[in-house]
Ligand binder design. Structure first.
Ligand code: SF4
Ligand code: SF4
Ligand code: FES
Length: 288
């Protein structure tokens, strides 16, 4: 959706900033312990109206992650640089960005793991930029509201529900999602084709799979997935799986089983005949 620039005007690459307003000495403190040298940070600055990359300098010490370097830039050279973060532990999903062009969590990307040279940091491309590294991800919350919520069947006579262990394990993987939306960002259907009105994206296929495979849930979301959710747009490239920081097997364990269910329901001639004969087809019918 955003149109991020790919060119920039370099200035003083690789050199530390001069002392002055905004430089509080944090750089020299870092240099005292386990210093690994300086890195040029090319960070996108701008908002929904447009922007450009600007260059900064970070003094790197052992164990530093990209979020540390961004905070160092904030503290020493650009006090108005906006970035979103909360946990610095890979669990809140807030610090999602694109590092050297790849969707990643800033707090879980060690600088030592990146190739030598300039590090680029820019906001997720699939969503509108708000300011600098912060994007407007509210579209995702609107999509989630359209998916029928968990609707459990009535409890057993003793007031409890029973589930098999394998049923628990099957959906447990999907519950690890931290809603970082990196999978949404990398998916070409959103990123390159901007099908936000017609395609829910891998995050919400994971969410749907979690509900559809839940043994106690009573709602059938196949019609929504096929029509509003745009499941058919997914051509199982597995790019979403590759960037998921929780290592959820998005494509193999969520999307492909959902596609199989939709295909069985809508394209299997025997099932179609059965539905026609018994007039069972409803937009959101109970699971059978
Ligand atoms: S596998 Fe499907 S949902 Fe995942 S990135 Fe590829 S097209 Fe998008
Ligand atoms: S499925 Fe993975 S990549 Fe996608 S939002 Fe959840 S944690 Fe992030
Ligand atoms: S700050 Fe929470 S995931 Fe990075």
């Amino acid at each position: 959706m955003s149109d991020l620039p790919t060119t920039f005007e370099p200035h003083s690459p690789g050199k530390p900033p001069a002392a002055g307003p905004g430089n509080d000495g944090a750089t020299s403190n870092l240099q005292k312990s386990e210093a690994l040298g300086g890195r040029t940070m090319k960070i996108w600055r701008g908002d929904a109206a447009g922007g450009e990359f600007k260059e900064y300098h970070a003094e790197v010490s052992a164990g530093m992650v990209v979020l540390d370097a961004v905070h160092q830039v904030q503290a020493t050279q650009a006090g108005d640089l906006a970035c979103r973060w909360n946990c610095k532990a890979g669990k809140c999903g807030s610090c999602a960005a694109e590092i050297n062009g790849k969707p990643r969590l800033m707090c879980m990307t060690r600088i030592e793991s990146l190739p030598e040279g300039t590090i680029t940091v820019q906001p997720m491309k699939a969503f509108k930029p708000m300011k600098d590294l912060v994007t407007d991800v509210s579209w995702n919350y609107a999509v989630k509201k359209k998916i029928a919520p968990f609707t459990p069947k009535a409890p057993e006579a003793d007031g409890t529900w029973r589930m098999q262990q394998f049923e628990v394990e099957r959906v447990q993987e999907f519950r690890k999602c931290i809603e970082c939306f990196l999978c949404q960002d990398t998916c070409h259907v959103l990123r390159d084709h901007g099908k936000h009105e017609e395609f829910a994206g891998p995050r919400f296929f994971v969410h749907s799979a979690q509900l559809e495979m839940h043994p106690l849930d009573t709602v059938n979301r196949e019609a929504w997935l096929k029509n509003d959710g745009g499941l058919g747009y997914c051509n199982i490239t597995k790019c979403c799986t590759e960037v998921c920081p929780e290592h959820i097997h998005i494509t193999d364990n969520a999307i492909i089983p959902l596609k199989e269910r939709v295909a069985d329901t809508y394209y299997d001639p025997v099932i179609k005949l059965w539905r026609w004969a018994f007039k069972k087809f409803e937009h959101s019918e109970p699971k059978t």
